[in-house]
Design a protein around this ligand. Structure first.
Ligand SMILES: [Zn+2]
Length: 493
């Protein structure tokens, strides 16, 4: 790095240890005092066991949750959602048997039923607003989402969210009357969120878990926008939205049938990154380490550890090429979020009028849904949310320093009060810059900074996670604004 670059590039950056930089410049001509062969040094921490701290309690629960996820119940819920004929956002709302009004009231009732079985453990609310003057919602329509909140015992405002969509559509996006079963798009994701509530509401977690049925997705992501705005206004500290949109199709239009992979889409740099933050990132990295991306890595790892015969394909883009989903409005207000979905899509089964043309059958009907596969992806949501809700708060205020030094130092702040009750300590992680997944880690105890001796900052990406006394671990946080999940009290910096 040249002096010129330092002057124009690094001074004034937030989240960087400027004093270390300046000091480093002075030392640059001096050989590292304790330099040892890198191979020998790396063998220690690199070989550290994943279990060097963890107790079995949380891990056993996570395995158990997978076995408690039911494909039969998911099938029953998808059938019920399809039975409303259409769930189009512009469809009728008065009938008890047809249209989106009946569908959302049934979802609300179902969450209330689940809540009754756990002594009222869910707060079930409607979150709505009236939309008009939009291409796909020209006249005023109340867009109503259903939100069920399972409060945490130690950190009740820290939330991890699973979302599906209530609404469906056919060929004409303004057609609110034709039959529009939306069995896979997106009764599958909605049924998954309801099943997750059934499974997880039997247990208590330190952090809060939220289940959302969002509406207005096909009309322009309006339900997500409305709920994201509500979340900000209410000060909800949402650490991640795991959006499920089409989790039941296993036979793709490309001729591939596969029930052993799922895709997780995540944004690269944060949508809310400021020009100053972008400038800092240019010199320190973070293009592939947004909190959404590290949430995707967390889900990938949970699949490897807990879901038999399921491998996650992390896709390094916001969503499918040029297409949208309900995690986006949350990203737009700074809340981390990803999209989980099937790997092989079938476009004849998406957004199509029910019809047969030249022997080719179109429409999103229930025969296109594989319930075991939907259950597998639901279980992936369940273990990911449970893992995050069992873990202590995700590390905040993470910084890193070590330029022109032999070693790399990470610092972070620790939570206080009940939030810290289940905290065992922290694990620092690193990986080669070209690696997709965190490959090296070390449990470092209940400290607020740690120096990795003779691990050179230039050659790796670094992060830190929190570890619970019973073994659960948070997602890894990349230092600075680029990787931040927000603070211990709020999702906003
Ligand atoms: Zn759709």
């Amino acid at each position: 790095m040249s002096n010129n670059l330092l002057k124009t590039g690094l001074f004034g950056l937030t989240g960087l240890a400027l004093s270390a930089c300046t000091q480093a410049l002075a030392q640059r001509a001096t050989p590292a005092p304790n330099a040892v062969p890198i191979v020998a040094q790396q063998a220690g921490p690199a070989a550290a066991s994943l279990r060097d701290h963890a107790q079995e309690t949380d891990i056993a629960l996570l395995h158990k949750l997978v076995t408690e996820t039911s494909a039969d119940r998911i099938e029953a819920d998808i059938r019920k959602l399809v039975s409303f004929g259409t769930r189009h956002t512009l469809s009728e709302t008065e009938s008890d048997t047809r249209g989106i009004g009946a569908a959302r009231r049934w979802i609300h009732t179902e969450f209330e039923r689940i809540s009754a079985e756990c002594g009222g453990c869910l707060e079930v609310i409607y979150v709505s607003d009236t939309i008009s003057g939009e291409t796909r919602i020209p006249d005023p329509v109340e867009v109503v989402s259903v939100v069920a909140i399972q409060r945490g015992t130690l950190d009740p405002n820290r939330m991890i969210v699973m979302s599906g969509d209530i609404d469906s559509r056919v060929t004409d996006p303004l057609d609110g009357t034709s039959d529009s079963p939306g069995a896979n798009d997106n009764a599958s994701g909605m049924a998954g969120a309801i099943e997750a509530a059934r499974v997880l509401s039997k247990y208590k977690f330190p952090g809060t878990i939220v289940y959302m049925g969002l509406s207005g997705e096909e009309q322009g992501l309006f339900g997500g926008q409305i709920v994201a705005k509500h979340a900000i206004e209410e000060g909800w500290n949402i650490k991640g939205v795991i959006n499920n949109d089409m989790i039941g199709n296993i036979s793709g239009i490309n001729g591939i049938t596969n029930n052993t992979t799922a895709r997780v889409f995540s944004e690269g740099t944060r949508d809310v990154e400021t020009p100053e933050e972008a400038r800092a990132r240019r010199f320190t990295g973070g293009e592939v380490d947004s909190p959404s991306r590290n949430l995707a890595r967390y889900i990938d790892r949970m699949a490897d550890r807990y879901i038999p015969n399921l491998d996650v394909m992390m896709v390094y883009r916001l969503d499918r090429f040029g297409r949208g989903g309900h995690h986006r409005p949350f990203n737009a207000v700074g809340i981390p979020g990803v999209r989980i979905m099937e790997t092989n899509e079938h476009y004849d089964r998406q957004h199509q009028d029910l019809r047969t043309e030249d022997g080719r059958v179109y429409g999103d009907t229930i025969d296109g849904v594989d319930f075991d596969y939907a259950a597998k992806l639901t279980a992936l949501n369940i273990v990911s949310m449970a893992g995050i809700a069992l873990a202590p708060p995700i590390p905040a205020d993470v910084t890193i320093e070590g330029a022109v030094q032999p070693s790399t130092t990470l610092k972070w702040s620790r939570p206080t009060g009940t939030k810290a009750e289940n905290l065992a300590g922290y694990r620092v992680h690193w990986r080669l810059t070209t690696d997709a997944q965190w490959s090296h880690s070390k449990f470092v105890g209940n400290v607020s900074e740690y120096t990795l001796e003779n691990i050179v900052i230039d050659n790796y990406f670094f992060g830190v996670s929190s570890v619970a006394k019973d073994g659960a671990e948070s997602p890894v946080v990349f230092p600075g604004a680029a990787g931040s999940y927000g603070g211990y009290e709020t999702s906003q910096e």
